[in-house]
Design a protein around this ligand. Structure first.
Ligand code: GDP
Ligand code: GDP
Length: 436
């Protein structure tokens, strides 16, 4: 398992949470290109410090519709406590301790989660003495920070990394972890129950892991699975059910923990913007993906209905062209059984390795059949390629100059790889490197 952890930033409005978030996240370079059509929430991101990788949540970005500040900040603190291993509590060092700061401090104290107290806006040593006031919050030593100038951020991160748990819960390696994501009421809990209700499913005793208490481990046909819960606090009283960003956040943390993602859409109501948003995150994670059309029992069908829906899904989720589509009903259990095969297939393909010699045969054939043409002042020459990673399968092609690669040729090569090797259910990455 990779070492991971979750850090949440809390504090009242305008203290500088998002400025600090941006500092921590920085400019992260990803090998995955931004997917067109995916709008990006800047409330959740990966970050690293020293040798540690972790995720950061800016709870300030999770807002309630009816602007009651006290309720909002309470919700943000509760979400931080629920989701995070370490909480960074940001205050305004210029203004001193406020009543709202005290309220947040009390909530955090009760949670017993480790807290790092950042006194922001200490841009100048002249303000440094302001921090002593913050000892009165009773949650440890305040760290002077200037998020906008990048001062003290390293001290905060040193402390964060020290407080992060050593390891993510040690989950068995031979277990397939999957999650069901989708907008509220699409049928995530119903379908989870239908999957667990299948004959020959043996639900294990749920281990009392801290954050994952509602994940369910089970065995079916000799294969171990774990279904990662996406509902979070919703289950504990349905408090924040309608806070869209919170449900997106939950989906994102479930995606991180999963090998395979089932993206649920509502067969009766069709696809909405929020579905695309969530699907985009699933795609960019590089995990295995299955598209599941649920509530198919509610749809008035003729012989063309399924093909039409399939076409619509392919149009709306262009980038998920590798995902299989299943039409199910959690209510009647129709075809729910087939999901296990699709999960398994996506999982296996995520881990598939292609022999270098075979890969290069395919590359030679592909170029013979459809030679590269001039682009950006030159013609791409591919010398050879090899697979450098799994989950997802990642290929490096050594070429004369990567800038000569037109995206449509990359697309063509991807299709050739898919035809030759079958990567159903998983994205694959192709990277070009200049060979010296
Ligand atoms: P949030 O509402 O807590 O997320 O706060 P923002 O990050 O949006 O910052 C609120 C305001 O404070 C913005 O105008 C920032 O430019 C400013 N700000 C943030 N950090 C600092 C800082 O370290 N020093 C100063 N002087 N201003 C800051
Ligand atoms: P979640 O919010 O995504 O977890 O959705 P739920 O599982 O709570 O389901 C929301 C509603 O849809 C409930 O009333 C379910 O009974 C209903 N529902 C879920 N799946 C199906 C289905 O396949 N067919 C029908 N007819 N209703 C369903």
């Amino acid at each position: 398992m990779m070492m991971k952890g979750v850090v949440a930033i809390v504090g009242r409005a305008n203290v500088g949470k998002s400025t600090l978030f941006n500092r921590i996240v920085g400019e992260r370079i990803s090998i995955v290109e931004d997917t067109p059509g995916v709008t990006r929430d800047r409330i959740y991101a990966r970050a690293s410090w020293l040798t540690r990788d972790f995720s950061v949540i800016d709870t300030g970005g999770i807002e309630l519709a009816n602007h009651d500040f006290v309720k909002e900040i309470r919700m943000q603190a509760e979400i931080a406590i629920e989701e995070a291993d370490v909480i960074v509590f940001v205050t305004n060092g210029r203004e001193g301790v406020t009543a709202e700061d005290q309220m947040v401090a009390r909530i955090l104290q009760k949670s017993k989660k480790p807290v790092v107290l950042a006194c922001n806006k200490i841009d100048d040593v002249a303000f440094r003495d302001n921090i002593y006031d913050f000892y009165s919050l009773g949650i440890g030593d305040p760290i002077p920070v200037s998020s906008s100038h990048g001062i003290g951020v390293g001290d905060v991160l040193d402390q964060v990394v020290r407080l992060l748990p050593d390891k993510e819960d040690d989950l068995p390696e031979d277990e397939i972890k999957f999650s069901l994501i989708g907008r509220p009421n699409v049928g995530k809990s119903s379908l989870t129950n239908a999957l667990l209700g299948e004959e020959r499913v043996i639900v294990s005793d749920i281990e009392g892991t801290t954050r994952d208490a509602i994940d369910t481990a089970f065995t079916k046909d000799g294969q171990k699975y774990r279904v990662i819960d996406t509902a979070g606090m919703r289950k504990r009283g349905k408090i924040y059910e309608n806070v869209e960003k919170y449900s997106v956040l939950r989906a994102m943390s479930a995606i991180e923990k999963s090998d395979v993602i089932l993206i649920l859409v509502d067969g009766e109501r069709g696809i909405i913007e929020q579905d695309k948003h969530i699907a985009g995150y699933a795609h960019e994670s590089g995990k295995g993906v299955v598209l599941v059309v649920n509530k198919w029992d509610l749809v008035n069908k003729d012989e063309k209905t399924m093909a039409k829906m399939q076409k619509k899904l392919r149009e709306d989720f262009k980038y998920l062209d590798y995902a299989r589509i299943a039409f199910v009903s959690a209510k009647t259990s129709a075809r729910v059984q087939t999901l296990f095969d699709l999960i398994h297939e996506a999982y296996d393909n995520q881990r598939k390795r292609v022999a270098t010699s075979v890969l290069n045969d395919v590359l030679v054939d592909a170029q013979a059949m459809n030679p590269t043409s001039n682009f950006e002042g030159g013609r791409l020459k591919i010398y050879y390629g090899n697979q450098v990673a799994v989950t997802p399968p990642t290929f490096v092609l050594f070429v004369n100059d990567p800038k000569f690669l037109h995206f449509s040729y990359k697309r063509y090569l991807e299709n050739k790889f898919r035809d030759a090797f079958g990567f159903e259910g998983t994205p694959i990455h192709i990277i070009c490197r200049k060979r010296d």
